[in-house]
Design a protein around this ligand. Structure first.
Ligand SMILES: NC(=O)c1ccc[n+]([C@@H]2O[C@H](COP(=O)([O-])OP(=O)(O)OC[C@H]3O[C@@H](n4cnc5c(N)ncnc54)[C@H](OP(=O)(O)O)[C@@H]3O)[C@@H](O)[C@H]2O)c1
Length: 359
């Protein structure tokens, strides 16, 4: 068994970002607004300090005053609001990062786009395909950048997997097995189990394995899903089987009630790749098996949580006046939520608040 560091991957990425920094360094500091100062926004704000070009958070919009003020204090943010009509009163950020519970993504993103403020919006960008299409239309009509925060797309670990597949090391991809699990406590107010907050394992966690399958195999020809629903009628866990025109398939799973440390497995006709747990975060390593060649393990490591990589892509796109990323285009977000809609239809999970507004 050989042990290799994926240094060439890091170098490849560093080269691209160096080019980006050259442009960004010529500009003033990028001034961020943040909506939804919760757990993931905290990691995002910390990872901003890992970006070489200067970044500053100039305003935050939250829900409770206490939580919003605490976030503003922690990150030295001069303006903190809980009233969306007053937010942007004093400063207009260069870009807004949105990390509210999923049903709120739509309106916050639309408001920013209509003011021509670029947006990086957490996954899933919306809770259904209709909303996603409306946001895409708004980004195009306002010629304003929009990207779903599908941060795994930009992690060096997934970049390595894509490179290995592109080099033909495992041949044609025949099958994918991946799960994303997290044992959430069903305490009062938890967004994970609340249908009003887009609760359920699929939109929070299942979005990752479904995205991995889409990235490697494209749009599925057929979708089959089953789930265990909670008393509140959201999916506590969900099992998904996707099939593709060329006969390849994906077996995917998400769960809020059981935890698994199974790696994601990609099997090809010449070999296989395992992304060790947690494959959708900072994987402990990647194992490549080439038929007749043995195994290579690539340990993975980088500073911070890893959200700086998607942020670098956003900054790069904005510096080039793009309204979408080529690496995670808006059509990919639409395809993803279209698949999630069909899964949700099959498992009978509805979000009454969203349906009521749209109905
Ligand atoms: N990229 C990733 O790895 C990752 C990881 C986790 C989550 N996420 C995504 O990020 C989003 C947030 O998840 P989270 O775990 O960070 O949730 P969280 O900890 O509950 O944070 C949500 C934050 O949004 C605030 N909020 C709620 N409604 C709001 C509104 N209308 N306007 C402004 N702020 C509002 C909440 O305030 P209160 O607490 O005062 O209500 C809280 O501060 C979800 O869509 C999730 O899918 C992404």
């Amino acid at each position: 068994m050989k042990l290799l560091y994926p240094a060439f991957i890091i170098c490849k990425m560093a080269y691209k970002w160096d080019e980006c920094y050259k442009q960004l360094n010529m500009k003033a500091t990028t001034r961020w607004g943040i909506i939804g100062p919760g757990s993931i926004a905290r990691l995002f704000a910390r990872d901003l300090s890992l970006i070489a070009a200067p970044q500053e958070i100039v305003a935050v919009l939250g829900h409770s005053e206490e939580g919003t003020d605490a976030f503003a204090d922690e990150f030295n943010i001069p303006y903190a609001y809980t009233d969306p009509s007053r937010w942007l009163e004093k400063v207009r950020p260069d870009i807004v990062y949105i990390a509210t519970p999923h049903p709120d993504h739509f309106q916050h993103t639309l408001d920013c786009l209509e003011k021509k403020i670029p947006v990086l919006c957490e996954k899933p960008m919306t809770v259904n395909a209709d909303q996603c299409q409306q946001l895409i239309n708004a980004a195009k009509a306002n010629k304003t950048f929009l990207m779903e925060g599908m941060w795994v797309r930009f992690l060096p670990s997934l970049q390595l997997v894509l490179n290995l597949i592109e080099e033909g090391r495992i041949g044609n991809v025949l099958a994918i097995k991946a799960s994303t699990t997290f044992r959430a406590m069903p305490e009062d107010g938890s967004r994970y189990f609340d249908p009003e907050k887009g609760g359920g394992s699929l939109l929070d966690l299942g979005v990752y394995p479904v995205y991995l399958a889409q990235l490697l195999l494209g749009k599925p020809r057929s979708i089959k899903a089953i789930a265990k629903l909670s008393d509140e009628h959201v999916d506590e866990n969900c099992s998904i089987l996707l099939q593709y025109r060329n006969g390849a398939y994906a077996m995917l799973e998400s769960s809020l009630i059981a935890e698994s440390d199974a790696p994601a497995e990609i099997t090809g006709d010449k070999g296989s790749i395992k992304i060790f747990h947690p494959w959708f975060e900072k994987a402990s390593g990647i194992e490549l098996t080439e038929r007749g060649e043995g195994k290579i393990i690539y340990p993975c490591s980088w500073a911070g949580h890893g959200m700086q990589f998607e942020t670098e892509e956003v900054l790069h796109c904005i510096a080039e006046n793009k309204i979408e990323s080529e690496l995670h285009p808006l059509s990919a977000s639409l395809d993803l939520i279209t698949t999630l809609d069909e899964i949700r239809r099959q498992i009978n999970v509805e979000y009454p608040a969203v349906e009521a507004v749209e109905g």
